[in-house]
Write a protein that binds this ligand. Structure first.
Ligand code: ARG
Ligand code: ZN
Length: 851
């Protein structure tokens, strides 16, 4: 039993462990409810500290015996900590122990567990302590030798394969690693295999292990892996370092995937793909996740984190690297726009609400609650800014120095910034505030034009966040270009270093007053506040040479149009509709880019903007305005829609590449508009002819959105009832596309469906994710959605605290809304918090959300 108040861990309290580990030997005797784990671990005193406390973490373990240097030992175990005093703490000693664990009973999916009869592990962040007693902290690194005894055809662990035979296999990982990178897999699996020759000639066996039946969904993931391996050699000079690289797909997994050394474990949704069952977006995401986990081999594994406060050291950098990879393989502007849409949808609400925390947090109760959009995505943005400030050449040099200096070490953000300081001679003390100050800076822009001199005055304010009432100015790289009255660029992109609370930048010798294109490529994760006319936005939408800002101009036009519709009951703005029409007509523009132009700010984003401007958002009014604008857009583009459809037909065999997926995205967006005009005739036809999941789902979505498609929905279920990943889509679709007044009843009915295996995180999220994301439905008057979600969080928490805690973020924006809604939500937050034995994960999340 845990104490009533979970303990808070602080970055400032970091102390090194008293011992170094030279070798870890583990033997697993697998049995579903009584697996034996026998460990032999060589410790020696850590010369960097005099602290000789010998404390090992362990949770839910039955200790059978323990020995130190061969002598039986009776350690003291309490609250997940085993303490012992080694007889001679100043000399090396060998710890041995045997514990019994119960993988079958492990529904939390952390430690060693069973998924469809297959053994697998998830140790990051602190799951290894559920496997055996160990200093479960990332700064303790060791080589691992593992023997697995079990009747399973496939027995895997980290590193290189050793001896194997009937009922056993041995593995040795020569690279010292923290325990969070340990992995084990055992089961009846089949491999999709390939080979890769590294730049220096090492032959690597590549295997993607799946359950029998999934073999046909491996080819794309394997290609993505090989591309990632080559790209990391070419762009970062990083070569793979083992003889084997194994990827395993598992159905029950809390997150996307895990970078265990040489044995990546993936949520099957993040790796299995086929044209018939996966959308273009699925393919792109899978490619990025494979790359992400592979890139961790250097940024995360070879160089790891000193402690969990440094999580962004590996995650921010690895997200940044996988985004570079996607930009290189596909379209850089499209990738950037999609990332910014995601950042605004997921990171901004976090940064601007009660869960706001610095990219490097300073305290936590449950580290699993800090695998957040802030640590990952804002962490990646911070690296992008650093690269912009120092330039590409210095960035490359700094990275080389980072790998050379810190290979094999467990590092901090200070180590990371120091390589940039050493390479460039810059002082990054102020820049470091990006890691320590939470919240999204707001940048206000004022302009002045006099006698041929243009002056841009910027001011920055970061609003208070929990525990941080006052903020200091940050270093904000502002990419700026200036356009002349005819749309020509009179000042190409330059980076303004905006470091003070207020700062002016002047540009002389201009023939006419320019139009500024500010924050090109979204050069910093800030909110830009600038009063401009729709005409100026329309000008940028027509002329900006920066593709990101051209899109942004259209986005802002759309947003301002929606906001005036919401707050003043205005009609849709002609500048927006005409500007959009012109862009969509331009066949020289990438279809993927034009599809993005057709997007609107999400309803949640509109609510956030209203709230920032002091207006209480009304979710139904936001829904209505969005629907009205969509309808007007369909009418305005009426003549163009058939042409867009014709232009985006794909005649080649299916390929999930940038070119084809861009066409399908634009064709799908055109179909959605067309469905508003033709009542679903075209979508019904398309559904009947669809020969890949992207087209099938796009047609079905249009029909459901129009309140039709029940026959197709049933046929879809019959067609795909044996494919769990497609059935996840089937669940999500119905909730996500229901009208606001029908969302709760749809979701509730689906919870009673025989396929609603709520203990499977993918299935739980398939239903409740879209419920929480359906802005007008989740906040529909009366609060029934709040109650339904709370009921299920209460049910899931004892089974799987991690997934429960993540879903709690559905409530993070609650203070934006009116008093009635806040009261309804407060009731649910309190009801969950009152559950006896509520997990540390969920308790921490809800306590922070309540504020
Ligand atoms: N390191 C993994 C990744 O970024 C995420 C694992 C997080 N797992 C967790 N239980 N918090 O790919
Ligand atoms: Zn990662």
């Amino acid at each position: 039993m845990r104490d009533a108040a979970p303990a808070t861990i602080y970055l400032k309290d970091y102390v090194p462990f008293g011992y170094l580990v030279d070798e870890v030997h583990l033997t697993f005797d697998l049995a579903p409810n009584a697996t034996l784990v026998t460990s032999r671990i060589a410790f020696r005193p850590n010369p960097d500290t005099d602290n000789r406390d010998f404390r090992l973490n362990g949770e839910g373990l039955s200790l059978r015996w323990a020995k130190i240097d061969g002598q039986d030992w009776k350690p003291h175990v309490r609250d997940g900590i085993l303490s012992a005093t080694p007889p001679n703490p100043e000399t090396p000693f060998v710890w041995e122990a045997q514990v019994e664990i119960n993988p079958e009973a492990n529904t939390a999916l952390e430690g060693l567990y069973l998924s469809n009869g297959m053994y697998c592990t998830q140790c990051e962040a602190e799951g290894f302590r559920k496997i055996t007693y160990y200093p479960d902290r990332p700064d303790v690194m060791s080589t691992f030798t593992v023997r697995i005894n079990g009747p399973h055809p496939v027995l895997l662990s980290n590193g290189n394969p050793g001896a194997s035979g009937e009922g056993f296999a041995e593995w040795h990982d020569p690279w010292p690693k923290p325990a969070y990178l340990f992995a084990l897999v055992a089961g009846d699996l089949v491999a999709h295999s390939d080979r890769f020759t590294t730049v220096s000639g090492r032959e690597v066996d590549l295997n993607l292990w799946v359950r029998p039946g999934d073999e046909g969904k491996c080819a794309f993931g394997m290609e993505a892996l090989k591309k990632s391996m080559r790209w990391d050699e070419e762009v970062y000079g990083r070569e793979y370092d083992l003889d084997a690289f194994n990827i395993v797909a598992v159905d029950d997994f809390n997150m996307g995937a895990m970078e265990n050394k040489g044995l990546n474990i993936f949520n099957s949704a993040a790796v299995l793909a086929s044209p018939e069952t996966s959308t273009d977006d699925n393919f792109e995401r899978i490619e990025a996740i494979i790359a992400h986990e592979y890139f961790h081999n250097w940024t995360g594994n070879r160089i790891t984190c000193r402690d969990w406060f440094q999580l962004c050291l590996k995650e921010g950098l690895t997200v940044f690297r996988d985004a570079q990879f996607t930009s290189d393989l596909r379209s850089a502007p499209v990738k950037r726009i999609r990332d910014v849409i995601e950042l605004r949808a997921r990171q901004f609400p976090e940064d601007q609400g009660p869960l706001s925390h610095p990219v490097r947090p300073e305290s936590f109760q449950e580290i699993n609650n800090f695998y957040t959009a802030t640590v990952y995505e804002k962490g990646a943005e911070v690296i992008g800014m650093l690269k912009r400030l120092v330039g590409d050449a210095a960035y490359a040099e700094a990275l080389d120095l980072y790998f050379a200096r810190h290979d094999g070490q467990a590092c901090t953000i200070e180590d990371w910034l120091k390589v940039f300081e050493d390479v460039t001679g810059r002082d990054l003390a102020q820049f470091k505030r990006w890691y320590s100050q939470a919240g999204t800076p707001r940048v206000k822009v004022e302009e002045d034009w006099q006698d041929g001199t243009y002056t841009l005055t910027l001011s920055q304010v970061t609003p208070p966040t929990p525990g941080q009432p006052d903020k200091l100015p940050q270093v904000i790289p502002i990419a700026l270009g200036l356009l002349g009255p005819n749309g020509d660029e009179v000042q190409p992109t330059q980076i303004l270093e905006f470091t003070r609370a207020q700062q002016s930048f002047t540009f002389e010798g201009l023939a006419a007053r320019p139009v500024p294109s500010i924050l090109r490529e979204f050069s910093a994760p800030v909110v830009l506040e600038r009063e401009t006319s729709p005409a100026e936005r329309a000008f940028l939408l027509a002329h900006d040479t920066d593709p990101f800002n051209r899109w942004e101009a259209g986005r802002t036009l759309a947003e301002e149009c929606l906001l005036t519709m919401i707050t003043e009951g205005a009609a849709p703005d002609a500048d927006y509709l005409n500007g959009l029409l012109a862009v969509l007509r331009d066949e020289t523009l990438d279809p993927a880019y034009r599809a993005l132009m057709l997007g609107l700010p999400s309803q949640s984003e509109l609510a956030a903007t209203l709230h920032r401007r002091g207006v209480t958002p009304n979710p139904q009014a936001i829904w209505d305005a969005t629907e009205t604008l969509r309808q007007s857009t369909a009418q305005h583009l009426h003549d163009l829609l058939p042409r867009l459809r014709a232009e985006t037909q794909v005649d080649q065999p299916f390929a999930p590449d940038a070119a084809q997926s861009g066409k399908r995205a634009l064709g799908g967006a055109a179909l959605a508009l067309l469905t508003r005009l033709d009542g679903g005739a075209q979508a019904t036809d398309d559904y009947g002819r669809a020969d890949n999941m992207t087209l099938q789902l796009s047609a079905l979505s249009c029909l459901l959105k129009a309140g039709k498609g029940q026959a197709e929905l049933a046929a879809f279920y019959d067609q795909w009832r044996h494919d769990r990943l497609v059935i996840d889509k089937w669940f999500g679709l119905q909730v996500g596309l229901a009208s606001p007044d029908k969302v709760v009843e749809t979701a509730r009915a689906l919870t009673g469906h025989p396929d609603f295996n709520w203990k499977n995180p993918n299935r739980f999220r398939a239903l409740f994710g879209p419920l929480a994301m359906h802005h007008a439905g989740f906040h529909f008057a009366g609060g029934a959605a709040y109650e339904l979600l709370a009921d299920w969080l209460i049910r899931l928490d004892p089974v799987n605290p991690q997934t429960t805690a993540r879903m709690c973020s559905a409530f993070q924006t609650w203070r934006r809304y009116d008093a009635d809604r806040q009261a309804l939500i407060a009731v649910q937050l309190d009801r969950i918090l009152a559950q006896p034995g509520l997990s540390r994960d969920t308790t921490e999340m809800l306590t922070r959300i309540k504020g």
